[in-house]
Design a protein around this ligand. Structure first.
Ligand code: NAP
Length: 473
C-alpha cells in the first residue's frame, strides 16, 4: 500500500512513521499517511518562519498570481482529486467534484483579495501629525482542518493566509489527509517558494501543542469540534495566541405556511442530507408550521426514501457512508433516544447491513425538545421534525441552542425574511436557500460555534494585523 508524503520545505517527504487511511465505504485501509513527531513540527514552523520573511515582501499582486497558478493546477487535476475525496471521506463523487470546484473558487477569490489588504489615512487632529493605518501579515499560521470537507476547509485557511502574506503549516484530519497531500502537490507544481506552505500529519494533541507553544507560530486557525476548540482556547490562554475557530453547529430550519412547499422540501433535503448530514451547517432541527406539517412530512419522507445509498464512487449514489463506526453508533443512539422520548419514526432509523459505515436516511416526527438530537450535533442523515404555531415561537425554538453557526428559513413573506434575518442567532442564514456558502461572503458562527469568519473580505482580515502609524511632520 502506498505511503503518502508530508510536504516540508518544498519536498514531498515520506517519513519513518505512518498511519492507515480507511475508505469508509468499505471499512478497509486504502493508503498509509506519513506522520511527523513534535520536533519535526517545530522544524516545519522554523522553515515557515524563514520563508515568511521573503513571502511577505512579495506584493499582493504577485501573491495573487501564485494562488491563481495553484487554482489552475487543482482545476486540471479535479477529477482525480474528487476521487481521492470520495475514497477517504465517502461522499458521493458529484459532491466531491463540487468540493474541488469550491476550493478552486476560494483560491481564485483570495488571489483577487490579495491586492485588497487596504489600510487607510485618518484625517489628522493636530496640524503637525498624520495618521496611517496599515495591514501586515500576522506571520506563521498553524492551520488545523477537519475530515468532512477535507479539501475545501483546508484551502479556506491556506488561501487567505497565503494571500495575506503569511506562511502556513497545515495539519489535516488524520482520517482524510490525502486531499491535503494532493493540494500540497498543486502548491509544489505552481512553484510557491519553499517553506511558505508546509503539510504535517500525525498526533493531533502533539501538533496542536507545538502550534500553541512555539512562539514563531503567531496564530492558529482551527475548524473542528467545539470540544477541541475549547482545548485550544485553554492552551492559547497561556501565550495569548490568537485563534480563529470554526466549530460545531446545530442549524434550525423554519418552514412557514407561506413557503413554496416543494422548494422547502428540496432545500431542506439539501441542507440535511448533503455529505450524509456530516456538515457543520447541516440542518439539525426542522420546525414546520402546523398547517403544513403533515403535507411537508409526506413529501419530505417520500423524497428521503428515494435517496440512493451506496459507495460514493457509483455515480447514481446520493448518500455515502458515515466517516467511522463511532459516527454510526452516535446516529443510532440519537435515534433510539428520540424514539424513547415519544418521537415517531417515519423512515430509516438503523445502520445498513453491508460493509462500511452506512446509516439509513432517517426522518423522525414529533421529536421532544429534550431529545439528544435536538441539542447535540448528530452528524448523520437523521432529520428530526417538529411543529410550531407562531413566528415568535419558531424564532424562540430556533435560538434555543448553545450553537449559532447557520439557520435556514423558507418563506415568501418579505417582512418575515427581515425579522428572521435580524433575530435568528446564527452567523449564516439561508432564506429559501439550503446551501448558502459562497467564496465572497463571510462564513462563521456565533455563540459556541466559534470566533471569527472565513471567506469574504473578512477571510483575508483574519490573517492581517492592523497597525497605526503616527507621523510627525
Ligand atoms: P475534531 O475532532 O475537532 O477534529 C478536527 C481537527 O482537529 C482534526 O484535524 C483533528 O486531528 C484535530 N484535533 C483533534 N484533537 C486535537 C487537539 N487536541 N489539538 C489540536 N488539534 C486537534 O472534529 P472533526 O470530528 O474532525 O470534525 C467535525 C466537527 O467539526 C463538527 O463539530 C463540525 O461541526 C465541525 N466543523 C465546523 C465547521 C465550521 O466551519 N464551523 C466546518 C466543518 C466542521 P485528528 O484528525 O488527527 O484527530
Amino acid at each position: 500500500m502506498k505511503t503518502y508524503p508530508v510536504y516540508l520545505n518544498g519536498e514531498l517527504t515520506v517519513t519513518e512513521k505512518s498511519f492507515p487511511v480507511i475508505n469508509p465505504a468499505k471499512g478497509e485501509p486504502i493508503a498509509n499517511m506519513s506522520a511527523v513527531d513534535r520536533p519535526m513540527v517545530a522544524q516545519a514552523i522554523q522553515q515557515a518562519q524563514t520563508a515568511f520573511a521573503g513571502w511577505r515582501q512579495v506584493p499582493g499582486k504577485g501573491r495573487g498570481e501564485m494562488l491563481y497558478k495553484i487554482a489552475i493546477e487543482l482545476q486540471r487535476r479535479r477529477e482525480e482529486i474528487a476521487r481521492i475525496i470520495t475514497l477517504e471521506n465517502g461522499k458521493p463523487l458529484t459532491q466531491s467534484q463540487s468540493e474541488v470546484a469550491m476550493a478552486v473558487d476560494h483560491l481564485k477569490w483570495f488571489a483577487e483579495e490579495a491586492r485588497r489588504a487596504y489600510g487607510r489615512l485618518i484625517p489628522h487632529q493636530a496640524e503637525e501629525k498624520r495618521h496611517l493605518v496599515i495591514k501586515t501579515p500576522v506571520g506563521v499560521v498553524g492551520a488545523i482542518s477537519p475530515w468532512n470537507f477535507p479539501l475545501a476547509l483546508a484551502v479556506r485557511k491556506a488561501a487567505p493566509a497565503l494571500a495575506a502574506g503569511c506562511a502556513v503549516v497545515l495539519k489535516p484530519a488524520s482520517q482524510t489527509p490525502l486531499s491535503a497531500v494532493a493540494f500540497a502537490e498543486c502548491v509544489n507544481v505552481a512553484g510557491l517558494p519553499n517553506g511558505v506552505f508546509q503539510l504535517v500529519a500525525g498526533s493531533a494533541p502533539e501538533i496542536g501543542l507545538e502550534f500553541l507553544e512555539n512562539p514563531s507560530c503567531r496564530k492558529i486557525s482551527f475548524t473542528g469540534s467545539t470540544e477541541v476548540g475549547k482545548k485550544l482556547i485553554e492552551g492559547a490562554a497561556r501565550s495569548v495566541k490568537p485563534l480563529s475557530l470554526e466549530l460545531g453547529g446545530h442549524a434550525p430550519v423554519l418552514i412557514f405556511d407561506d413557503a413554496d412547499l416543494s422548494d422547502a422540501v428540496d432545500g431542506t433535503l439539501r441542507a440535511k442530507f448533503r455529505n450524509s448530514g456530516q456538515s457543520c451547517i447541516a440542518a439539525n432541527r426542522i420546525y414546520v408550521q402546523r398547517s403544513i406539517y403533515e403535507p411537508f412530512l409526506k413529501a419530505f419522507v417520500e423524497k428521503t426514501k428515494a435517496l440512493n445509498i451506496g459507495d460514493g464512487l457509483d455515480p447514481e449514489v446520493q448518500i455515502g457512508p458515515l466517516i467511522d463506526e463511532e459516527a454510526l453508533n452516535r446516529a443510532q443512539e440519537h435515534v433510539q433516544d428520540a424514539l424513547s422520548g415519544g418521537a415517531r419514526l417515519l423512515c430509516g432509523g438503523k445502520r445498513v447491513e453491508r460493509g462500511g459505515f452506512f446509516f439509513e436516511p432517517t426522518v423522525l416526527a414529533d421529536v421532544p425538545k429534550g431529545a439528544l438530537c435536538m441539542y447535540e450535533e448528530t452528524f448523520a442523515p437523521v432529520a428530526p421534525v417538529c411543529a410550531f404555531d407562531k413566528e415568535a415561537e419558531a424564532i424562540e425554538k430556533a435560538n434555543q441552542s448553545a450553537y449559532g453557526l447557520s439557520a435556514y428559513a423558507f418563506t415568501r413573506d418579505l417582512g418575515r425574511m427581515f425579522r428572521l434575518a435580524e433575530s435568528l442567532e446564527a452567523g449564516m442564514i439561508g432564506i429559501n436557500d439550503g446551501v448558502p456558502t459562497v467564496s465572497a461572503a463571510p462564513f462563521g458562527g456565533t455563540k459556541q460555534s466559534g470566533w471569527g469568519r472565513e471567506l469574504g473580505s473578512e477571510g483575508l482580515e483574519a490573517f492581517l494585523e492592523t497597525k497605526h502609524i503616527s507621523i510627525g511632520i
